[in-house]
Design a protein around this ligand. Structure first.
Ligand code: HEM
Length: 150
């Protein structure tokens, strides 16, 4: 049965989930930082502009997209592991709010990357600095949910 299989592999699934989460978070913290420098100090159409576009594309495609998918896959495997998630408690719901927020933020960054590629960015460096705090706040919500289990 799938439940027995998931229960047997639970520590491994959780370890792989945490590794994926750490990789995803690294990108979610770093990409908006790149955007801050990109909009504040790099003139459009220069070699440096192209260099930033390349760094942003590689970070998103090679690290963040695969890490997000792996986080979701191992996270859902944990959800289907028998006895792990008790939906009558609050923490699974607050964690769900956090992960949906994190996934929205990832897609928002993807859209902003395309704006920077087309030269049609309208977000200021200060706004990117503020948005940089979103993953930090969501991280607090998620880790308190899953570790404190209120
Ligand atoms: C993307 C969808 C996600 C799903 C479906 C999911 C689901 C889960 C589940 C069911 C557990 C097991 C809880 C337990 O063993 O008691 C877990 C553990 C964990 N999750 Fe997620 N998660 C997701 C994303 C995230 C994200 C984005 C973070 C961090 C930013 C995160 C951080 C953690 C941590 C640190 C643990 C280990 C907690 C412990 O030691 O028990 N997860 N996750």
């Amino acid at each position: 049965m799938i439940g027995d299989f998931l229960a047997e592999w639970y520590p491994w699934t959780k370890a792989l989930h945490i590794i994926s989460v750490v990789s995803w978070m690294a990108g979610l913290f770093y990409l908006p930082r790149l955007f801050v420098y990109h909009v504040e100090v790099v003139p459009k159409g220069t070699e440096t502009d192209v260099l930033f576009q390349t760094m942003e594309r590689r970070l998103l495609r090679a690290i963040m997209n695969p890490a997000m998918i792996a986080t979701w896959l191992f996270g859902l495997a944990l959800v289907f592991t028998p006895g792990i998630v008790v939906w009558s408690e609050i923490w699974p719901w607050s964690k769900t709010v956090g992960v949906l927020g994190m996934t929205w933020f990832h897609h928002w960054l993807g859209l902003r990357r395309k704006d920077l590629l087309r030269g049609s960015n309208s977000v200021t460096g200060r706004q990117y600095r503020i948005m940089n705090e979103v993953p930090t706040l969501l991280l607090l919500l998620i880790v308190f949910s899953v570790v404190v289990k209120f």
